[in-house]
Design a protein around this ligand. Structure first.
Ligand SMILES: Nc1ncnc2c1ncn2[C@@H]1O[C@H](COP(=O)(O)OP(=O)(O)O)[C@@H](O)[C@H]1O
Length: 185
């Protein structure tokens, strides 16, 4: 977990390589579907472009389907899910049905000025449709209102590790691996 620009996608990919498990990014799956012009892509485009959350029914079904695939048998990293309280409940249900438990929840932290600077840079480089000033502000607000509060529930379950997302990419990865060590065994 972590606000937009904290480095979740970058670090999820690196952790996936480190542990030899897939990184599953809901945002990447939506973007691939939008690019490919699929039915799912057409359905979600109006939400993602504005920085709004895609309706839970759509997102939850997609995650359930993805976690039913064979490559998650040795573990997986979720990036961008869960993002609200209802998705936390849904994820618990999906995992219970699969007979697996969450090992850890990582929260990447960064202050708002740093996030905005990174997102503006990303907008120039990647030209993501949802990296307009309005959509960025909207996503940061939704994160603060709906997603950030979820971390305390995971902290109460003893699953949360908070990691400073500021610094060199390699240094942040090393911090994450260190924070995960006692949790993933
Ligand atoms: N768990 C989710 N629930 C609802 N919508 C989601 C979820 N994950 C991603 N999305 C949609 O995809 C968009 C892009 O997500 P993501 O790639 O994680 O980018 P960012 O972290 O910069 O917002 C979000 O703004 C939202 O519309």
């Amino acid at each position: 977990m972590g606000p937009q620009g904290a480095g979740k996608g970058t670090q999820a990919a690196r952790l996936a390589e480190h542990y030899g498990v897939p990184a599953i990014s809901t945002g990447d799956i939506f973007r691939a579907n939008i690019k490919g012009g699929t039915e799912l892509g057409k359905l979600v485009q109006e939400y993602t472009a504005k920085g709004d959350l895609v309706p839970d029914s759509v997102t939850n079904d997609m995650v359930r389907d993805r976690l039913a695939q064979d490559d998650v048998a040795r573990g997986f990293i979720l990036d961008g899910y869960p993002r609200n309280a209802a998705q936390v409940v849904e994820l618990d249900g999906i995992l219970a049905d699969l007979g697996v438990e969450l090992d850890a929840v990582l929260e990447l932290t960064a202050d708002r000025d740093e996030l905005l600077a990174r997102l503006r840079k990303r907008a120039e480089i990647e030209g993501r449709e949802d990296d307009t000033e309005e959509a960025i502000a909207r996503r940061l607000d939704i994160y603060a209102e709906q997603t950030a509060p979820l971390t305390s529930a995971y902290a109460e379950r003893g699953l949360l590790a908070q990691v400073d997302g500021i610094g060199e990419i390699d240094d942040v990865t090393a911090r994450l691996v260190e924070a995960l060590a006692p949790l993933v065994g």
